[in-house]
Design a protein around this ligand. Structure first.
Ligand SMILES: C[S@@+](CC[C@H](N)C(=O)[O-])C[C@H]1O[C@@H](n2cnc3c(N)ncnc32)[C@H](O)[C@@H]1O
Length: 253
C-alpha cells in the first residue's frame, strides 16, 4: 500500500542517502553497470525524460546534465527535499512533482520521449496500472527503461547462500520490526516473477525490446550498494540482483 511505502521513505530517506552516497549518474542498481556502459537510451539531448520514483534524483540530475528536459516524480517529501537540494547544488533545472506513480496525473498524454525508473517499481502494488500510465504519457516511438530487484535475488539467503524463499511466492512482502531506538518499522515490497513482469508489460501494450540480467560477478562503477545489506559479493557472484527491461509502446499506436 502506498501509505506504508511513503511512511517508510519519510523515515528512511536521510539514513539511506547518507549510507549509500549515490553518485550523480544514470545507475540501474546493485551489481549492474550504469547507462554510460549499457547505452540503452541513446542520446537524451533535447528529449523529454520522466523519472518515476526518482528518490534523491541522482539519475534525473545526470539526464539534465546531458541536455534532457527532465521531470521527476516521487511520493516521499523527504526524498524530494533531498533531490531538490542536490539539483540546486548541481545547477540543473528539473520539474519535480510529488505524487503516486500509479497515476502520473501531472503528466500530459503523449508528452515524453523516455520514461525511466531505477529500483522504484518494486514498491508498487498495481504494476499494470502504473505501466498503463507510463504508456499513456509516452510519445509514439518513446522508450520505457526500468530496473527492479531481480526476482531470483530474494530466493537466496545472502549469508548462508542457501535457498530461503520460493520463487513462486509473489505479491506483498512485509518486513516489520523494532529499530534499536525502540521505534517500530514496516517495510513493504511486491514480489514478481520474470514472466509476471514480462506479461504485465505485454498487457499494458508494450513491446519488450530487451531484458538484461547484468553480470554481477565483478564490481561495476556506479554501484554504491555493492556489499551493503543483502548485496554481498558472494551472493552477487551466484545470481543477478538487478533485472532491466527496455520497452516501447506497441507499434500501431
Ligand atoms: C529505492 S528508492 C530509488 C530511488 C531512485 N530511483 C534511485 O535509484 O536512487 C525508491 C523510491 O521510490 C519511491 N516510490 C515508491 N513507491 C512510489 C509510488 N507509488 N509513487 C511514487 N514514488 C514511489 C520512494 O519514495 C523512493 O524514493
Amino acid at each position: 500500500m502506498t501509505k506504508e511505502t511513503k511512511k517508510w521513505w519519510e523515515e528512511t530517506s536521510a539514513w539511506y542517502q547518507a549510507e549509500c552516497k549515490i553518485p550523480i549518474g544514470v545507475h540501474y542498481g546493485p551489481g549492474s553497470p550504469d547507462e554510460d556502459k549499457l547505452k540503452l537510451m541513446g542520446s537524451v539531448k533535447g528529449k523529454k525524460v520522466l523519472e518515476i520514483g526518482c528518490g534523491g534524483a541522482q539519475c534525473s540530475i545526470s539526464f539534465a546534465k546531458m541536455g534532457a528536459k527532465v521531470s521527476a516524480i516521487d511520493i516521499s517529501t523527504e526524498q524530494l527535499k533531498f533531490a531538490k537540494k542536490l539539483a540546486e547544488k548541481n545547477r540543473v533545472k528539473i520539474g519535480f512533482y510529488q505524487g503516486d506513480i500509479r497515476k502520473l496525473k501531472q503528466i500530459r498524454s503523449n508528452s515524453q520521449d523516455v520514461v525511466f525508473s531505477a529500483f522504484a517499481l518494486l514498491y508498487v502494488d498495481d504494476l499494470l496500472k502504473c505501466f498503463k500510465e507510463v504508456r499513456r504519457v509516452l510519445k509514439k516511438g518513446g522508450l520505457f527503461v526500468f530496473s527492479v530487484d531481480h526476482p531470483f535475488h530474494r530466493t537466496l539467503d545472502s549469508k548462508k547462500l542457501k535457498l530461503k524463499n520460493s520463487y513462486f511466492d509473489t505479491g506483498k512482502y512485509v518486513d516489520a520490526g523494532v529499530r534499536p531506538d525502540g521505534s517500530s518499522y514496516k517495510f513493504v515490497m511486491y514480489y514478481h516473477t520474470v514472466s509476471g513482469l514480462y506479461n504485465t508489460l505485454k498487457k499494458a501494450d508494450f513491446e519488450i525490446e530487451a531484458i538484461l540480467e547484468p553480470d554481477s560477478r565483478k564490481r561495476h562503477k556506479m554501484d554504491p550498494w555493492y556489499g551493503l545489506w543483502d548485496y554481498s559479493p558472494r551472493l552477487l557472484k551466484l545470481i543477478p540482483s538487478t533485472i532491466i527491461f527496455k520497452c516501447k509502446p506497441r507499434s500501431g499506436r
